[in-house]
Ligand binder design. Structure first.
Ligand code: AHR
Length: 523
């Protein structure tokens, strides 16, 4: 067969809408698709997928805030009160539900009063965690709340336990939410904001087992109880208090926190990043072994949630306390030539697969996982958006978040997937993962990831309890595992229409391209 004929065969096989896909599957190896079975219990479903699972995180780190979200009012880049208009427009499209700020490690060094009032009178500080740069505090509480209003999301503020006082934390919440006669209300009004803001989500410290004070779980549990006592509800505002949770698999932290402080918290925050360890750490230059290793590490999230949830179940069988994965994502080497303290990395199709599989895992655990915040929104780690002065691009990860908006606040549908393995040397992982939901209008959405970069996957799905009339879909894939968007070529990886799906007597059948994320809509 000539190369051209092979290409034509592959595009027919994969059913990708011609013209809609910037990077065709032209170079995909021609291997037989695996055959896989899926059952979706479309007539069942009790749990809601909290839209906050699709939350974001923005820290004073590198160019996330400064030079990313915030350019200042005097910038030639179009902005509204200093916040970039093009970024806000892009973030509105992915319906960001909640945004965590100001850190991260920065949170436990941040003194909020330095970030209010006229700019010239705001003191500077050294950002010791992230590059040792001078922070001018121009982006503070008012600017953050304005950002959330412009994006249309809820704020999630992380307070300072490591180096801040109880009084400081108490006054911050009072400043933001109090309308009564109080010194902090007066100060807020003096600084130009008459009405209190609504603030639901408040973190009592960040990574207090590490950069947030190097505490033991016993010591932090006591500190949490003490600080949280003074995080008050003013007026009708109700604060959802989130305790620092475990680092990855540290189940002892969860055990101690739940035992000593479970009754005082509304949420417990888990952090888990996946990197490529001793193999290539580059975001863009990697081989199939690195691809496999990263996707396998990302799948560990499922086991982590299960293990921490089992401990939480012991102390909280009613599942009142939410598990909040408020930092997750890929952590690669920084882009060559950039400040190592700024954590600026590129984002390929591989990162998109990590996002797709992780979000499927969160959806599947939505009974306990009720918020997650990918790290981080702009220019840092697994970002949605990268900027270079006035230019910006949407990453493959952004596109997954956009495709998965259909799951926000939808009802999770139980699924049973029997699929082929994806093998690498002695190791293997399930090649596919899935989650399915029914939205308020009754439409069903199925998000499927094919982690195998070489083989397409036929999926034969039985739907119980419904008689669907239509099926359609969208796909995110590309010619290579390393495909990514650049400022010169920003549309290499972007979603396309997907037609390799059709209804059958009792469900549907589809063929997922190798290395792809597919979202199907069934009505
Ligand atoms: O997201 C970058 C850093 O990773 C955060 O500041 C910290 O909480 C974590 O270790």
């Amino acid at each position: 067969m000539t190369t051209d004929r092979i290409r034509m065969f592959v595009s027919i096989l994969l059913g990708i809408a011609v013209g809609g896909l910037a990077a065709s599957a032209a170079d995909a190896p021609v291997v037989a698709p695996t055959v896989n079975q899926l059952v979706i219990h479309a007539d069942q479903g009790k749990q809601t997928i909290n839209r906050n699972i699709y939350g974001q995180f923005s820290e004073h780190l590198g160019h996330c805030i400064y030079g990313g979200l915030w350019v200042g009012e005097d910038s030639p880049i179009p902005n509204t009160r200093g916040i970039r208009n093009d970024i806000v427009a892009a973030l509105r499209k992915i319906k960001v539900p909640v945004l965590r700020w100001p850190g991260g490690c920065f949170a436990d060094e941040y003194h909020w009063m330095d970030g209010i009032g006229p700019y010239p009178s705001r003191p500077t500080m050294i950002n010791t965690h992230w590059g040792g740069v001078t922070e001018d505090n121009h982006f503070g509480t008012h600017e953050f709340m304005d950002l959330c209003e412009q994006i249309g999301c809820e704020p999630y503020i992380c307070g300072n336990v490591g180096s801040g006082t109880v009084r400081e934390m108490q006054q911050w919440v009072e400043y933001i939410t109090s309308d009564g006669a109080s010194p902090m209300t007066d100060l807020r009004k003096k600084n130009g904001h008459e009405q209190p803001w609504k603030l639901t989500y408040f973190g009592v410290g960040n990574e207090n087992w590490g950069c947030g004070g190097n505490m033991t779980p016993e010591y932090y549990a006591d500190q949490f109880r003490r600080y949280a006592t003074y995080v008050r509800n003013f007026g009708s505002n109700r604060v959802f208090k989130i305790a620092c949770g475990p680092n990855g698999g540290n189940t002892n932290w969860t055990e101690v926190l739940m035992q000593k402080a479970g009754r005082q918290m509304a949420g417990l925050a888990l952090h888990y990043y996946c990197g490529t360890g001793s193999r290539s750490r580059s975001a863009t230059r990697f081989d199939e072994g690195d691809w496999f290793a990263l996707l396998q590490k990302a799948l560990r999230m499922d086991d982590l949630i299960a293990r921490h949830s089992a401990i939480m179940d012991k102390y909280d069988p009613q599942k009142r306390v939410a598990l909040i994965v408020d930092e997750w994502g890929t952590w690669h080497a920084v882009e060559p030539g950039t400040n190592p303290g700024f954590l600026y990395q590129q984002n390929t199709l591989r990162d998109a697969l990590v996002a797709g599989e992780t979000l499927n895992i969160f959806n599947q655990h939505c009974d306990r996982v009720r918020m997650a915040n990918i790290a981080q929104m702009i220019n840092v780690l697994q970002a949605m958006i990268l900027t270079d002065k006035e230019k910006m691009l949407l990453t493959p990860t952004y596109h997954v978040f956009e495709m998965y908006t259909v799951h926000h606040d939808a009802t999770l549908l139980p699924t049973e997937l029997t699929c082929a393995d994806y093998e690498s040397g002695q190791n293997k992982i399930p090649a596919l993962n899935v989650s399915a939901s029914r939205d308020k209008a009754g439409k069903m959405h199925v998000s499927l990831c094919n982690l195998n970069p070489n083989a397409a996957a036929e999926v034969n799905c039985t739907l119980s309890g419904v008689q669907p009339k239509t099926i359609s879909g969208r796909v995110l894939t590309a010619e290579t595992m390393q495909a990514h968007n650049t400022f010169a070529d920003p549309d290499v990886v972007k979603p396309a229409g997907f037609s390799a799906c059709k209804l059958t007597g009792d469900g549907f059948t589809t063929t997922l391209p190798a290395r792809s994320v597919v979202v199907l809509e069934v009505e």
